[in-house]
Design a protein around this ligand. Structure first.
Ligand SMILES: Cc1cc2nc3c(=O)[nH]c(=O)nc-3n(C[C@H](O)[C@H](O)[C@H](O)COP(=O)(O)O)c2cc1C
Length: 175
C-alpha cells in the first residue's frame, strides 16, 4: 500500500472528476489517496507522498502557468519518485491525437519542463456549451466547426474514454 497524492488543475471540473475516479479505484486497491488542487501542493506534500499523479486540462492551447511552474519548481523531487502526468483536452477525441506520442499539448509540456513523469497519458475532455460565456462559446463552436466536432450551442458532449482511465489507474497501481 502506498500514499498516492493526486493533484489536478481544472477550470470546469472535468479533470477533477477524472481524478476522483482514479482516487476511488486506487483506494479500492488499498492505497491511501489524498486529492488536492495543484495550488495546495508544495514540497511538504510531495515529501509525504510515495507516488504523485497530476492531471491538467487545456484552455486555448495551454496548461495553466501554475502547472508549468509546479513542474519546473519541483522537478528534482518529482524525478526522484514514481510519478504520472495526464493532460485533458478535446483534440484528444481524434484517434491520431490521443496518445502521449501524438497529442501536441503533451509533447509541448514535455519539451517545456524538466520533469520526466514515469507514466503519461492523454484523456479526451468534455464540451458543455451551457457553461461557457458567449465569447468562449462562439470561439469553441467555431473551432469545433473547423474540426468536425459538435456545434449545437446547447450540446454537452463527453469524449472521455473511461475504460482508458481505468487502465491508467491500474498502471498507477503498478508503479
Ligand atoms: C474556453 C475553452 C477553451 C478550450 N481550449 C481548448 C484547446 O485549445 N484545445 C483543446 O484540445 N481543448 C480545449 N478546450 C477543451 C477543454 O480542454 C475540455 O473542455 C476539458 O474537458 C476541460 O477540462 P476542465 O473542466 O478540467 O478544465 C477548451 C475548452 C474551453 C471551455
Amino acid at each position: 500500500m502506498a500514499r498516492i497524492l493526486i493533484a489536478y488543475s481544472t477550470l470546469d471540473g472535468h479533470t477533477r472528476h477524472i481524478c476522483e475516479h482514479l482516487q476511488a479505484l486506487l483506494q479500492i486497491q488499498g492505497h491511501e489517496v489524498p486529492l488536492a488542487p495543484i495550488e495546495q501542493v508544495g514540497q511538504a506534500e510531495l515529501q509525504a507522498a510515495d507516488t504523485f499523479v497530476l492531471g491538467a486540462s487545456i484552455r486555448y492551447g495551454k496548461h495553466r502557468p501554475n502547472v508549468m511552474a509546479f513542474a519546473r519548481d519541483h522537478a528534482a523531487r518529482l524525478n526522484a519518485m514514481p510519478s504520472a502526468f495526464f493532460t485533458v483536452n478535446v483534440v484528444a477525441r481524434k484517434p491520431n491525437r490521443n496518445t502521449p506520442e501524438t497529442n501536441p499539448y503533451l509533447r509541448k509540456f514535455l519539451r517545456q519542463v524538466p520533469w520526466q513523469p514515469t507514466l503519461l497519458d492523454v484523456f479526451a475532455g468534455r464540451i458543455d456549451y451551457n457553461r461557457m460565456g458567449p465569447a468562449d462559446r462562439l470561439m469553441i463552436r467555431f473551432i469545433m466547426w473547423l474540426t468536425h466536432g459538435p456545434t449545437d450551442p446547447t450540446a454537452v458532449v463527453e469524449f472521455t474514454d473511461w475504460q482508458r482511465v481505468d487502465a491508467f489507474a491500474q498502471r498507477v497501481h503498478g508503479l
